[in-house]
Design a protein. Structure first.
Lengths: 397, 158
């Protein structure tokens, strides 16, 4: 077993639909400066860097090389990690491995994207097979829409259930000054009233039935950085470090058509592995808060089941009884989640950072009002692979 | 230039222009055979794992779950069942043609009879009341076939 490792600092830019005032180097720099300030470190303290984005969104390759003036990577060990939607969580996992190896004490993880610089669907398609998938692919939203169709058919789930997830995420985002979507008009309205509006309003355009505009994440320009530190230095840097308790990732298919559409198997198995390593037997009771990579509303139902928070088909109950709201037993996505801020290469790293600040009690207006011993973060690449990282207040044994 | 002047500065972008970067991808021997059978005989087949018995469409050389080589080609039907589906309403450029596809259209994953995996394709209907999980469909072949997946024009509801 390697060294124990903790998150000791987190920085992110405010999410915007377009940041024409900065190029890639500069938006990366904003996040790194914020993370270093949060950890009260300077770039000289950083021993190694892991950076990631999805090259095909900006069409400029080798970010590890050309970003060094922004990332702080001049004359330092720096590696690029690109794994699709999970890029940010994979960057976090690799930074963790660096620090756990005992070879680097303070490791900077960076994720970023300027989604405004290309067509998201056009870019995502380049990750699919030219013979068997591209000729008729339905785009970035369609892969999620088809998953929703099966989940709804299996369990009699309705558009109202999906809308209730969207309402939770957007209401939570109102507490997060960094969120891209701040739907101020929702303030003061009842949850039922908002759900009704989302499923009936003609303005809420259907993109890929059963998914409407409100069911989807936005496209965001943004960047995030997280500082990982080994047990030799972590407690000197942060008053309450967020320890990495366990992490795992899983992949399971070649072509989309190979997927078992009934269950998100990669998320299920990566979660099981993490819980097994951590000794967690009842996730719903033992985990205190979650920052989950849920790019669309029905993920807030089905994937909760697949993680193991409830049984098959029980996602809607967990949602409607308020369990996952800010004041519930298991607050999910106090930040407003991916559906409120989605700079794709940064998105999964923001889940790790947001989970960490809940443990560190630095989440400000979005801090959950309860003790946080365990905070769970996930990454999703799609469809459908998974990274899972569990953070905790207590130093692992 | 002062900071004040910089704030008033127009923010510029540059477009990549009409980029064209052709690739030549390999279908492999199994993929080539599948596409040739489709083109010449309108016949579809999969490949069966000797260990778990799973029948994969399109055929490939290795069952990833068992990590064993597969050699047994098995015929599959041109009819099957919709496993998952969506009605696409947002328009985007078709990566194969460079042209925006007309919307709405049905996007379905079909489990052909005899197969365990599903094949993504278009449906001839965009009616959410008819394009549903569990609905039966049949392949409609192009008259002039070229050896691509689009030699199946779409699947029609039975």
């Amino acid at each position: 077993m390697g060294k124990r490792v903790a998150v000791v600092g987190f920085g992110q830019t405010i999410g915007r639909s377009s940041r024409k005032d900065v190029n890639g180097v500069e938006i990366i720099n904003e996040a790194v400066v914020a993370a270093l300030a949060d950890a009260e470190l300077t770039i000289d303290d950083i021993d190694a860097i892991v950076i990631g984005n999805m090259d095909h969104f900006e069409g400029i390759n080798y970010v590890d090389s050309w970003s060094v003036e922004g990332s702080g990577g001049v004359m330092k060990p720096i590696f690029k990690v690109t794994t699709g939607g999970t890029t940010g969580s994979s960057v976090a996992m690799c930074a963790y491995y660096h620090a756990a190896s005992g070879m680097f004490d303070r490791v900077l993880a960076i994720g970023w994207e300027k989604n405004s610089e290309s067509d998201t669907t056009g870019a995502i398609i380049t990750a699919f097979d030219p013979f068997w998938e591209r000729p008729n692919i339905g785009g970035a939203i369609a892969g999620l829409a088809v998953e929703a169709s099966k989940y709804m058919s299996n369990y009699g789930v309705t558009e109202r259930d999906g809308a209730r997830v969207a309402v939770r995420e957007r209401l939570h985002a109102l507490n997060n000054p960094y969120a891209h979507l701040h739907q101020e008009w929702m303030k003061g309205m009842e949850v039922d009233q908002l759900v009704e509006l989302l499923v009936t309003s003609e303005q809420n355009q259907v993109l890929a039935y059963p998914l409407r505009m409100s069911d989807m994440c936005p496209r965001t320009d943004g960047a995030a950085a997280v500082v990982f530190a080994s047990e030799d230095v972590a407690e000197k840097i942060a008053p309450i470090p967020a320890w990495v308790v366990a992490t795992a990732n899983r992949h399971d298919y070649v072509y989309l058509g190979d997927l078992n559409w009934d269950v998100n198997e990669t998320l299920r198995d990566a979660s099981r592995k993490v819980f097994e390593k951590a000794g967690i037997k009842e996730p719903l009771k033992e985990i205190d808060v979650c920052e989950l990579y849920m790019p669309y509303s029905y993920a807030g139902l089905k994937w909760m089941e697949n993680i193991g928070f409830c049984g098959p088909g029980e996602g809607p109950k967990l949602l409607w009884d308020g369990t996952t709201d800010m004041d519930g037993e298991l607050p999910v996505n106090p930040s407003g989640g991916v559906m409120s801020y989605n700079a794709i290469g940064a998105t999964a790293l923001i889940r790790v950072g947001e989970a960490a600040i809940q443990v560190m009690r630095k989440a400000g207006t979005r801090q959950v009002q309860k003790d946080v011993n365990y905070a769970l973060s996930t990454g999703f690449g799609g469809c459908s692979w998974a990274d899972v990282m569990l953070l905790g207040k207590n130093k692992p044994a | 230039m002062t900071n004040q002047e910089e704030k008033k500065q127009e923010l510029l972008t540059v477009t990549s222009g009409e980029m064209y970067q052709p690739y030549n991808w390999s279908a492999g021997s199994r993929g080539s055979r599948f596409l040739t059978e489709l083109k010449e005989n309108k016949r579809l087949f999969g490949i069966k794992c000797p260990k778990c018995g799973r029948v994969y469409v399109p055929p490939r050389k290795v069952c990833g779950r068992c990590y064993v080589a597969m050699d047994e080609l098995v015929p599959v039907s041109d009819e099957g069942e919709i496993v998952v589906c969506a009605i696409i309403e947002f328009g985007f450029v078709d990566p194969a043609t460079g042209v925006q596809r007309p919307v709405p259209y049905g996007y379905i994953f079909v489990r052909l009879d005899g197969a365990d995996t599903t094949l993504p394709h278009f449906c001839n209907s965009a009616d959410p009341e008819k394009v549903k999980v569990g609905a039966r469909v049949k392949a409609v072949f192009e008259d002039e076939r070229k050896g691509t997946l689009m030699d199946i024009r779409h699947f029609e509801l039975i």
